[in-house]
Design a protein around this ligand. Sequence first.
Ligand code: XMP
Length: 322
Amino acid sequence: MAAIKEVTVKELNPQEFIKDKAQEILRAVGSGIAINALSGGVDSSVVTMLGHKALGDRLKTYFIDNGIMREGEPEQIASVFKKLGVNVEIVNARDEFFNALKGIIDPEEKREAITQTFYKKVFGNLVKKSEAKYLLQGTILTDVDETIAGIKRQHNVFEQLGIDPQQAFGYKIIEPLVQLRKDGVRKVAEALALPSSIYNRMPFPGPALSARVIGEATSERIAVVRKATSIVEEELASTKAFQYMAILHQDRATGMRQGKRDFGMQIEVRCWDSIDARQARPTRLGFDVLDKLASRITSEVPGVVSVTYNITTKPPSTMEAV
Ligand code: XMP
């Protein structure tokens, strides 16, 4: 396995990078068909635009609605790309994902269940239907690093784990962004004329909200963390922090409502300052902001009786909880 040569943000010439990668994609796919999954994150958005530049209509772009995305996300993203002239087909795969996540508590098993459902089941079917032989995807160098280091098995990294996608899933994977880190990808996104709502978009993990539910990710528990996430994103948008999130804990805590005991759920809020996600510090949020979060989450998300703010740095914490 050849080592990947990093292109730092200082070395990066976005226009040249775009030209080179579009050529590479065209060379690899030839006159065939490729598919890609768009999640709306900056990585998959850049890959979508690069792929359409290289292949035009021969790239089929899908948004996989896995049931664990944020509020209104599939429709929002499809509409942004429609304005850019890219047709995005939304695929409803919610049942497949919730069935695969049933009963799973262990974080790595959760990631593995999502990987298998995504790459084998859902994508396997789409590949058969579309007759594509290639999958374009937005793996970046940090994903590879963390997988190799055994910190978190990123759901989109295979080669470094000794998995041959052709053998395992029946198609080849092309990764045009694997030499870049997040800051480099953002520069390329800007150069591709993606809207700032996309290139300044906060990172969001591949396993989506299931990475923010400690314990089993049922549709009910995902709904709780989805509601809390909307509140956290609304309240913390003005901080311009690298990433902020709500996490649903597995343990319950004793609270009280209307004078009665309520053994309720706990939401943890995290808000990170970081450059490239390798290291991070908690943002020094004002207490008034924290107060507002606690009061909105406990009154707007049914069943939540406790809200905490995480004050740990990465390392030893990681940014996501799962
Ligand atoms: P951690 O939790 O590893 O997160 O400190 C670092 C950055 O990576 C994102 N992240 C993921 N992204 N698949 C992804 O595509 C994953 O499995 C995954 N886990 C974490 C996380 O949101 C943060 O920006």
